[in-house]
Design a binder for this molecule. Structure first.
Ligand code: SAH
Ligand code: SF4
Ligand code: F3S
Length: 478
């Protein structure tokens, strides 16, 4: 048993991470345990978790389990959790209740609890005391060991807890079962060393570890050969890619090399303003297959709050970067993340954020009320603003965010755009996909257009999405 330890999770040494290519094995006595059995994976949180779930699915399929789309039919249930805000906990607790209920009638169900909440010391303590029926608790560093944990619980029927609060390494050759046939997540780095004062991620994901660029390029090339049209390069701070490797190769170099594979569409998230270089901007502007879309978290428009958040940039530096991006990349869309109600945020600080958002007119903003996370620096900051006041600030901010989103979308009316039709839409007879600039579009089209990049004329505009119709003669441009 290895329990999480938040103090240890904070440590950062100068030791370089290892790249490990041969640590995934399936013990022979579990190589068939999934035969005629089903699994279901529930995923909360960010793209990192979505992609981890794709790995976990493939690992389960390597033991012959088959995927089903509800927990009711599953023999093994994986719950992949997120710890970013407190309300994530509530959702998970509700789901655990449902699984426990299922287990009362179907005793043999195996439950695996993983993700960022599995890295939280107190939460896991609580799980081991009050949720003894959970079979395996596994942290974010060691999913490739799931077959071994399954073997262990077969043998001794005891709760297996393996969570490592370590800086971490990079594991290659872990199998993946991708949710889409057209677009793929590609990790370029793991972990985070920024330690923004509110954020738990550096504790739950370990230090920043970049993958070797040759492994990344190899993955992209293979995806392209297999018909994939889009890749999203993933990391908490993709712009800092390579900084931990002590080699002369950075995010601009990586973007350029990925662009040269000629895969049709390249995206990347998330961009921390601190590490955004001019060299990157030049590369993005130069290659048509690097999409003109940047997610650039602001967090706050007040320098006082930015400092307390340990964001390492000022409002003025952020505005400069924002303007440079708009100038250099034609038609770029920019989205952001904002936290309201950070400790010590006054009405004046909030107004600075609000006014900045009015000025910058983001395409979209994801807005959150500050949530106290255990072990982070902000956890102990005095916070006198009542929750009701914070909720009002959030609503005021969202009103501006929505106005901006609609005004930006309105520019697309009657324009022709390219869309990768990736799935059925909720609307009957429609498919959905995204423009180069990451606008969600519903398009009237039959299933034969799935997986194609098509020209679409925008016919209607809403706050969160666009409607469009196929430009027939140009449909199927690729
Ligand atoms: N690495 C990314 C952010 C990942 S978390 C970056 O630095 O931009 C996604 C968003 O969740 C953050 O941008 C932040 O706005 C929000 N967030 C993180 N911790 C939070 C907390 N404790 N309370 C409220 N929102 C938080
Ligand atoms: Fe969290 Fe900051 Fe790292 Fe983003 S950069 S993951 S907000 S610590
Ligand atoms: Fe949540 Fe962990 Fe992602 S805390 S946002 S799942 S890195």
């Amino acid at each position: 048993m290895n329990m999480p330890n938040m103090k240890q999770a904070r440590l950062r040494t100068k030791n370089p991470h290892k790249i490990i290519k041969d640590d995934y094995i399936i013990p022979t006595n579990v190589s068939n345990i999934g035969k005629n059995k089903n699994y279901h994976v529930i995923t909360y949180g960010c793209q990192m978790n979505v992609h981890d779930s794709e790995n976990i699915k493939a690992i389960l399929e390597d033991m012959k389990y088959k995927e089903v789309n509800t927990i009711d039919k599953a023999d093994i249930i994986v719950i992949n959790t997120c710890a970013i805000r407190e309300n994530a906990h509530n959702k998970v607790t509700g789901m655990l209740g449902r699984i426990k209920h299922l287990k009362e009638t179907k005793k043999d169900i195996i439950t695996i609890f993983c993700g960022c909440m599995a890295q939280e010391e107190n939460y896991v303590k609580n799980l081991t005391q009050k949720y003894k029926w959970i079979d395996i608790i596994v942290g974010t560093h060691n999913y490739h060991k799931i077959p071994i944990y399954l073997e262990n619980i077969m043998k001794d029927k005891k709760q297996e807890v393996e969570v490592f609060s370590i800086e971490g390494d990079v594991y290659e050759n872990i199998p993946v079962k991708r949710d889409s046939k057209y677009k793929a997540w590609v990790n370029i780095m793991y972990g985070c060393d920024k330690f923004c004062s509110y954020c738990i991620v550096p504790y739950t994901r370990g230090k920043q570890r970049s993958r070797d660029h040759l492994d990344i390029l190899d993955e992209v090339k293979k995806l392209k050969e297999n018909g994939y049209l889009e890749v999203t390069l993933l990391g908490q701070n993709v712009n800092a890619y390579g900084k931990d490797l002590n080699i002369n190769y950075n995010m601009a170099n990586l973007l350029e090399d990925v662009a040269k594979t000629n895969i049709k569409r390249i995206r990347f998230v998330t961009s921390h303003p601190w590490d955004f270089t001019d060299e990157m901007l030049d590369v993005i502007a130069k290659y048509d297959n690097i999409m003109p879309y940047i997610h650039l978290p602001l967090q706050s428009g007040s320098n006082k709050i930015l400092k307390l958040m340990n964001r390492r940039y000022t409002k003025e530096e952020y505005i400069n970067l924002f303007n440079k991006i708009k100038e250099k990349i034609p038609n770029v869309s920019i989205t952001t993340d904002i936290i309201v109600g950070f400790p010590n945020e006054t009405e004046e600080d909030f107004l600075e954020t609000l006014n900045l958002v009015k000025k910058l007119k983001y395409d979209l903003a994801y807005t959150f009320i500050f949530s106290k996370r255990e072990s982070t620096v902000a956890y102990n900051m005095e916070d006198l603003t009542p929750l009701e006041e914070k909720k009002t600030r959030l609503a005021r901010l969202n009103e501006v965010v929505n106005e901006n989103a609609y005004a930006n979308n309105l520019k697309y009316l009657n324009e022709e755009v390219e869309v990768l039709l990736e799935d059925k839409s909720d609307k009957e007879g429609y498919l959905m996909g995204y423009t180069n600039t990451m606008k969600l579009v519903n398009v009237k089209a039959d299933l034969s257009y799935l997986g194609k990049i098509v020209k679409v004329k925008i016919t209607d505009v809403k706050t969160w999405s666009l409607d469009g119709s196929l430009v027939k003669e140009l449909a199927n441009v690729r």
